[in-house]
Design a protein around this ligand. Structure first.
Ligand code: K1U
Ligand code: ZN
Length: 170
């Protein structure tokens, strides 16, 4: 396993639309292993492959609380096939936009079709944090960041802060 560096705003690679996985081979399994190591180390509850610079439709997630056993979940080629009209608001964070949190309103429930790591087709209906996190990660696969759901004023302030920090870092 290996830690992979997480891309930080305003890295343009975060805006790429990720490609579907055609075959779940050793390369994808290694990517998933590295993503879990990187996600747990950060620490985060989700990670999209594009955040480590690999524009493939792969997501890792673990929503287990500290006191609970680990619950690693992998979603290959996830697709939101249904969203509720009812909405819910959660305070979201992003490993690519560190130490920045904001309320985001999204559909409260979603149905997601995806492949497991063996290539088997799966479908889940999610609510609560799982629903929010799945929508946040599928957004990443489409080059969308949670700040895109905020007002232009808030988004511009955040982008400006990270652009300045990136310039200072050289
Ligand atoms: O995709 C990412 O950038 C990961 C992100 C997922 C996410 C968090 C909150 C709402 C929607 C999606 C994170 O994991 S940010 C870090 C975080 O939320 C967290 C970290 C440690 C413990 C508990 C939460
Ligand atoms: Zn994120």
């Amino acid at each position: 396993m290996a830690l992979r560096p997480i891309l930080i705003l305003p890295d343009k690679r975060l805006r790429k639309v990720s490609e579907p996985v055609k075959k779940i081979d050793a390369g994808i399994r290694k990517l998933v292993e590295d993503m879990f190591e990187t996600m747990y180390d950060a620490p985060g509850i989700g990670l999209a492959a594009v955040q480590v610079g690999v524009a493939k439709r792969v997501v890792t997630m673990d929503l287990a609380k500290k006191e609970e056993p680990k619950n690693p979940q992998v979603f290959v080629n996830p697709e939101i096939v249904w969203s509720s009209d009812e909405t819910a608001t959660y305070e979201e964070g992003c490993l690519s936009i560190p130490e920045t949190y904001s309320d985001v309103e999204r559909p409260a429930r979603v149905k997601v079709r995806y492949l497991d790591l063996e290539g088997g087709p799966r479908e889940i209906e999610a609510n609560g944090l799982l629903s929010t996190c799945l929508q946040h990660e599928v957004d990443h696969l489409n080059g969308i960041l949670f700040i895109d759901h905020l007002s232009k004023l808030k988004r511009d302030m955040i982008v400006k802060r990270f652009t300045k920090a990136a310039k200072r870092a050289g």
